[in-house]
Design a protein around this ligand. Sequence first.
Ligand code: ADP
Length: 213
Amino acid sequence: MQNDSFKPLIKAENIKKYYKNGEIKALDDVSLEIKKGEVVVIIGPSGSGKTTLIRILLGLLKKDGGSSYVLGNDSGQLSDDTYAQIGMMLDEAGLYDRLSCIDNLDIYRRLYQLPYNVIEPALRRVSLYDSRQKAVIKLSKGMKQRLSFARALLHEPRVLFLDEPTSGLDPATTSNIHELLFELKEKGVTIFLTTHDMEEATRLCDRVAFLNE
Ligand code: ADP
C-alpha cells in the first residue's frame, strides 16, 4: 500500500484559465504536485498567473480546463471540513478595518469554533500582543500582514496557501514571517507560497516552480 506521505496534498493537472474571452491566457496547461510537509514556492513576475493559480486551487475562481485537488478533494467542491484544514493568506488582507486585532481574530475563532484562549498566543506569535486593542486601520502594512498571517494560522491548518506574504514588507517583518514558516515546516505543515523574489524562494522552499507568460 502507498504510504500517505507520498500522496500529493495539492495537485493540479493541465490547468487553463483565460480572461477577456480568451484574449489573456493567464494559465496554460499548468500542472504540479505538492506532497505532505513540502514547502513549494511558485515564483514568477507580476502578471504571470500566481494569484490566479492559488485562487483556482482554493476553489475561489473557476478554471477553463484541467483539474485540481486539495487534500484529495476537487477544488471546485471543497467542503467546510476541508476548508477547516486549510489556511490562506491572500493579497487582500481580509481584515475588518474598524475592529481591533483581538476582535478580528475573535471572528475567525468563532467561525472555527475554537476556545477564546487561542487568541493570545496567536497574537504573541506575530508580536502583536501589545497592539491587541488597536484598530486595523491604525496598523502599518507589516502589522496588517502579520495579523493576516496570525488569522491564517489560528485553526492550525494542515495546508497553508500564501500569496506573496512578504511583498512590500520591511526586512525585519519579512524575516519574522520566514521564521514562522520554518517553524510550521518543522511541524509538518504543507506550504504553498508565491513570490516574485528569487532570494525568498531559494531560502524557504524544498522545491521551486517557475511561472512565466
Ligand atoms: P500574478 O499573481 O502573478 O501577478 P495574476 O494571476 O494576478 O498574476 O494575473 C495573471 C494575468 O491575468 C495578468 O495578465 C492579469 O492582468 C490577468 N488577470 C487577472 N485577473 C483578471 C481579471 N479578473 N480580469 C482580466 N484579467 C485578469
